[in-house]
Design a binder for this molecule. Structure first.
Ligand code: ST9
Ligand code: ZN
Ligand code: ZN
Length: 332
């Protein structure tokens, strides 16, 4: 078994270790080294973010307490409405419109979506889109900003507390961002700021402290976590109806939490579909309902989708056999 350990030690990436073990007599027993002693990843912790997220989650719990026991029901309704509106800025806007170009939107809709996306406080559209395109191009590798191969915590929130892996910067440069750079709405966004937190104070005299923690911090913390679940949970738990060889999954809980963005196995196989799912079921995909509404009034157009035939051929070739059971399509 000593030979085996030696082989393990010399096969590691760590060159210093390999040189040392070369000088050791073949018969000497080299203790097995747990991988964590020679970390593959540099942990460049960004403490400002660690502290900010810690504060956010503690204060968010306090905001939840205020929602349950203290605040006006109007503040509760406003918090939910705000979560929905800001959420659409991410799903219908940053994700399906800007990152994937799965449909086109006229100027007024782009402005609405940009304002909603600003209210979500998830970086600027440009940065969001860049990270997300890089995620799709290099899914679950070191070049993926929230590489799920590094586990739940990293892909959920950890990636926002560390400096990025150099592969993200280097390989990320190969992603084309010219369409985003050319959009005046995206450029204008830098001048926007979020006033929604003071809304309950102005319109129904809510206490400013309560409004900040309930409609502000609590809502923000929850929607960030719901968003991150797409990167973590929907890359770990669920079925793989469309391609069983990739990590992304179909996860109904994430779909509910993230306004229809949990059909993530489908989305990675067919990222251009504006529904981000095979089925446009509005109850489990309200973002599709919003885009369909704007398509009806002509502000959204050229909606891209995938033919049933193409889906079925792909399912047959690479699916894990779970699609039928999920499919509520009665014609089958
Ligand atoms: C947040 C975003 O939470 C969440 C996104 C989730 C996406 C989910 C997708 C799933 C589908 C949609 C689901 C929607 C569900 C919605 C439900 C709603 C209820 N390519 O980044 P820097 C280069 S945000 C190419 O600073 P560091 C570039 O040159 C939360 N190049 O890296 C860049 O310079 P510049 C709030 C890249 O220094 C330079 O590197 N926000 C790429 O390592 C430096 O970039 C925060 O907490 C790339 N991809 O710092 C902010 N990336 O920009 C947190 C970088 O000038 N961020 N480069 O061109 C930070 O503090 C830092 O970014 C860091 C890394 C510490 C994380
Ligand atoms: Zn993904
Ligand atoms: Zn996507």
């Amino acid at each position: 078994s000593s030979a085996l350990f030696l082989a393990e030690a010399t096969s590691t990436d760590n060159t210093e270790l390999s040189t040392k073990s070369k000088h050791q007599p073949q018969t000497q027993v080299v203790k097995p080294i747990p991988p964590s002693i020679y970390p593959k990843y540099k942990w460049n912790v960004v403490w400002r973010n660690v502290i900010a997220f810690l504060y956010l989650h503690i204060a968010g719990l306090y905001g939840f307490y205020l929602i349950l026991f203290v605040c006006s029901w109007k503040t509760t309704v406003w918090t939910i409405l705000y979560a929905f509106i800001a959420g659409q800025g991410i799903t219908a806007g940053a994700h399906r419109l800007w990152a994937h170009r799965s449909y086109k939107a006229k100027l007024p809709l782009r402005i609405i979506l940009m304002i909603c996306q600003t209210a979500a406080f998830q970086n600027h559209i440009y940065e969001w889109v860049r990270d997300h395109r890089v995620h799709h191009k290099f899914t679950d590798t070191d070049a993926d900003p929230h590489n799920a191969s590094r586990g739940f915590f990293f892909s959920h929130i950890g990636w926002l507390m560390l400096k990025k892996h150099k592969d993200v910067m280097v390989k990320g440069k190969t992603v084309d961002m010219s369409d985003i750079e050319a959009d005046p709405v995206v450029r204008f966004q830098r001048f926007m700021f979020d006033t929604a937190i003071i809304h309950p104070v102005v319109f129904w005299n809510e206490n400013a402290w309560i409004s900040w923690y309930a409609a502000g911090i609590f809502r923000y913390t929850i929607s960030l976590n719901f968003t991150w679940l797409v990167n973590s949970a929907a890359h770990i738990w669920g079925t793989k109806s469309y391609d069983k060889s990739i990590k992304p999954t179909e996860n109904v809980y994430v779909a509910i939490a993230a306004f229809g963005e949990g059909w993530h196995n489908y989305h990675h196989v067919f990222p251009w579909d504006y529904k981000a799912a095979e089925l446009g079921d509005y109850s489990l995909n309200p973002s599709t309902m919003i885009i369909d509404f704007f398509a009806k009034i002509g502000w959204a157009y050229d909606l891209k989708t995938v033919s049933l035939d193409m889906i079925e051929r792909r399912v047959k070739r690479t699916g894990d056999g779970t699609r039928k059971s999920k499919c509520i399509n009665t014609e089958e």
